[in-house]
Design a protein around this ligand. Structure first.
Ligand code: ATP
Length: 234
């Protein structure tokens, strides 16, 4: 579904990605794990058009998208939940969710999807009229994911959804990500929490200073010596 081929990215003189290739099938969860600064967020920003590669190409369902502006990439069905949530603090939970549907005109579909999100996140239904800024970190992460789901995505990009959450919330987030994938939306999950990511995903890439160091079935990488030592605390 998504082919990310030999991508190079430079920020001024810093090479953030040095020939990264990633392939994402039409279903399931693919994860990219790696340390701080490895280039995980840059990879997602390239896919959603926020950063331009200096070399390489990105194809989505066969169409080349690496020269398209971000709004056209959203319109193709790629939704990106950035690191740090970035919700609109001075809007209510429901207003935040509805913004996710800004490119859609199918009123019935929008109402149906809003209802689905409230089913999936009962806490958001309870708090639909509450200011987003007054929500807890985990609840804000739910709003951010819910907003992305309101665009009716064909592919969901999640950047560090577990960051800063309590262990209970991390488990809740894991359930939500699995549910989204089970409902038929493929997910690219970027995580520093490699233990969580390798449990959720079927396929994994390990990114180290801008290059893919390892890739394979997530279950196999979980028992790989290097992965265990470097990312799973031995
Ligand atoms: P983290 O988990 O800490 O966000 P990451 O794996 O997502 O790390 P990136 O944010 O993609 O890594 O950063 C990759 C490299 O590019 C790092 O060396 C980073 O300092 C650099 N970088 C990222 N954004 C910029 C920018 N806007 N300007 C200059 N350098 C940048």
């Amino acid at each position: 579904m998504l082919e990310f081929h030999d991508i190079h990215v430079h920020y001024q003189k810093v090479a953030a990605l040095k020939g990264v290739s990633i392939s994402v099938p039409a279903g399931g969860i693919v994860t990219i794990v790696g340390a701080n600064g490895a280039g995980k967020s840059t990879t997602l920003r390239c896919i959603s058009g926020l950063v331009r590669p200096s070399k390489g190409e990105i194809r989505f369902n066969g169409e080349r998208i690496d020269q398209l502006p971000p709004e056209k990439i959203v319109a193709r069905g790629i939704a990106h939940v950035p690191e740090g949530r970035r919700i609109f603090p001075d809007l209510t939970v429901e207003e935040n969710l509805r913004i996710g549907a800004f490119l859609r005109t199918d009123t019935d579909g929008i109402e149906r999807d809003l209802e689905n999100i409230f089913e999936r996140f009962p806490r958001l239904r309870e708090r639909r009229t509450q200011w987003a800024r007054s929500m807890s970190g985990g609840e804000q992460q739910m709003v951010a994911i819910g907003r992305a789901m309101m665009s009716g995505p064909k592919l969901l990009l999640l950047d560090e959804p577990s960051m800063g959450l309590s262990p209970v919330m991390v488990q809740e987030m894991a359930r939500i990500i699995s549910d989204i994938s089970a409902a038929g939306v493929p997910v690219i999950l970027v995580e520093q929490n490699a233990g969580l990511a390798l449990k959720l995903a079927s396929y994994a890439y390990v990114l180290e200073i801008g290059s893919i160091a390892l890739e394979g079935a997530a279950a196999e990488l979980r028992s790989n010596d290097h992965v265990r030592r470097a990312y799973l605390g031995g």
